[in-house]
Design a protein around this ligand. Structure first.
Ligand SMILES: [Zn+2]
Length: 87
């Protein structure tokens, strides 16, 4: 049962997702794996790699974080600093 699919089938399934992924626009998206919320802030990759956040790519210089992941990142880095002071 293999029917040839019309071109618009591919357009509506695969290609629409590609078209929605904007690059180089102001609509930055959170770089945390599995997250597609709008980014609130961006951080240096070195800062973010200290936290346990998994990123979509490790090949970034600037990591964009949404509100939620920014909070999580801040919490984790703050904890790090507090631990450092104990030693
Ligand atoms: Zn996020």
């Amino acid at each position: 049962m293999e029917e040839p699919k019309p071109a618009y089938f591919y357009m509506s399934s695969g290609y629409s997702g590609m078209a929605l992924a904007k690059h180089g626009t102001a609509d930055e998206v959170c770089d945390v794996l599995g997250c597609d919320k709008p980014a609130e802030r961006s951080f240096n990759i070195k800062q973010v790699s200290k936290s346990s956040l998994s990123l979509k790519s490790s090949d970034l210089r600037q990591v964009h974080l949404c509100k939620e992941h920014y909070k999580e990142f801040k919490k984790q880095t703050k904890t790090d600093r507090e631990l450092d002071q104990l030693y």
